[in-house]
Structure formats: C-alpha cells, structure tokens
Design a protein around this ligand. Structure first.
Ligand SMILES: [Zn+2]
Length: 54
C-alpha cells in the first residue's frame, strides 16, 4: 500500500481523481487506480474522517 505521488503502489498506473459522497452528504476527494487496485484518499489518509481505504 505504498503510494508515491499519484501512482498506484501496486501496478504503477497513474491514479485518476474521483469523489466519494459520504452518507452524511460531504464529499471526499480520492484517487483511484484505473485498474481497480483500490482507492486512496488524496491528499491525506488515515488522519481525517475516514480510515484508510486500502
Ligand atoms: Zn493499480
């Protein structure tokens, strides 16, 4: 689950931006792998309102 910048830590593909809408209506910007490896909160992780998605 290492991510360098905006590159997938698993397959090395450039991550794409996406936005999650949480049940409370707030949105969270994330980056996700186009190959489906997973989603990474961007730019922060494990320090905000959600736990790490990886
Ligand atoms: Zn990937």
């Amino acid at each position: 689950m290492s991510v360098k910048g905006m590159t997938c830590g698993k397959c090395g593909s450039a991550l794409v931006h996406d936005t999650l809408t949480k049940p409370d209506g707030s949105t969270v910007h994330i980056a996700k792998c186009p190959n489906g490896c997973g989603k990474i909160k961007s730019p922060m992780c494990c320090g905000q309102d959600m736990s790490c998605a990886v």
